[in-house]
Design a protein around this ligand. Structure first.
Ligand code: ATP
Length: 343
């Protein structure tokens, strides 16, 4: 039972609240990504979970135990930092065995565990190699193996993949997720990379200015963002001003939007580019002028200006819409793809 509960966690540095009244429940065995822009407080939050930083207020509960004042080394957590903090003069095996040695685990048992861990992170036979001669991805795996050596209750990682190049990072995201699922270990990863969060997490926690803005499964974060910050931060979206007329009809970008109701006279609507449909202008509620067409090979983005608002639509190359800048185009925004957000 190693669920994690954060109760009203706050961390103030002087007058600034780096983390501001955060409440979060991480179920046993789940993979959570703390996601947000630079300075939003995600590292500070992770450090409080780890015991490396003391909260100004609030409690940290692990498996039901209050560990708020328990020092980091007595929490039984495994940690990987962006820097990895491997010992460069030691071999791979010595690095992984290090926490076992500190705990006084007998040598034979150490050797057995190291072999197991090397297999786990897919580096069998690497025990004797000097760490200095490994690739970035291999070092990453050594750091992960070392963090898991003592079979921690929680696995905490701070930007563990950000030093890797894009291709390797994507491969390691999948690998880390698969490893976590095999072990069933409750895992919390800090990242500023939303693709990374979407790839790995059961639960994405989006933070801004020390607060949690939304905490939900990746698809829900994408399809049903809670506010304009989340909608804008996750993927590409169209954030459009909508107005409700006296008759209740909703107007967006000079056209009527059927099937959508607004809670107030004005609101923002988020609609993803892949949900915007291109239709013949004669039949369209919204018409606009093509500003720019970006052919990315796998998809084609069409930038349209309609009544002073920019709307991006994505078409598949199969459709290959024959649109040139300056052309008039019709747009349809399906009601079920429109998320109504606060003003
Ligand atoms: P990044 O992605 O850039 O690492 P982050 O989301 O992890 O950002 P934090 O490192 O948690 O953000 O920092 C949150 C806020 O708290 C920032 O404004 C930062 O300047 C401030 N902060 C963090 N640590 C300290 C400290 N020890 N003393 C004073 N201010 C701090």
């Amino acid at each position: 039972m190693t669920s994690l509960v954060l109760e009203n966690i706050t961390k103030r540095f002087g007058a600034v609240a780096a983390v501001d009244r955060v409440n979060l429940t991480v179920p046993d065995g789940s993979f959570v990504c703390l996601l947000g822009p630079s300075g939003c407080g995600k590292t500070t939050l992770l450090r409080m979970i780890a015991g490396l930083e003391e909260p100004s207020e609030g409690r940290v509960l692990v498996g039901g135990d209050d560990v708020t004042r328990t020092p980091a080394h007595r929490r039984d957590f495994g940690m990987v930092f962006q820097s990895l903090a491997l010992f460069p003069h030691l071999s791979v095996g010595e690095n992984i065995a290090y926490p076992l040695r500190i705990r006084g685990v007998p040598r034979a048992e150490q050797a057995r565990r190291v072999e197991e861990l090397l297999a786990l992170v897919r580096l069998p036979g690497f025990g004797e190699r000097p760490v200095a001669k490994l690739s970035g991805g291999q070092r990453q795996r050594v750091a992960i193996a070392r963090a898991l050596a003592l079979q921690p209750r929680l696995f905490l990682l701070d930007e563990p993949l950000s030093a890797l190049d894009a291709k390797l990072r994507e491969a390691m995201q999948v690998e880390l997720r698969q490893l976590q699922q095999r072990l069933g270990i409750t895992t919390i990863v800090v990242t500023h990379d939303q693709r990374e969060a979407m790839t790995m997490a059961d639960l994405v926690v989006v933070m801004n200015e020390g607060r949690i803005r939304q905490s939900a499964p990746p698809v829900e974060i994408y399809r049903r963002p809670a506010d304009t910050f989340v909608a804008d931060f996750i993927g590409i979206t169209n954030l459009l001003r909508a107005r409700r007329g006296p008759d209740g009809a909703v107007r967006v970008a000079g056209g009527f939007l059927a099937g959508v109701t607004l809670p107030a006279e004005e609101a923002m609507i988020s609609v993803r580019p892949e949900d915007v449909r291109l239709v013949p202008p004669e039949a369209a509620a919204i018409t606009g002028r093509v500003e720019f067409v970006r052919d990315l090979g796998a998809s084609i983005e069409i930038y349209v200006e309609a009544e002073g608002q920019r709307i991006v639509a994505v078409a598949s190359p199969r459709e290959r819409p024959d649109l040139q800048p300056g052309a008039t185009v019709g747009l349809a925004l399906p009601a079920d793809a429109c998320v109504v957000l606060g003003a």
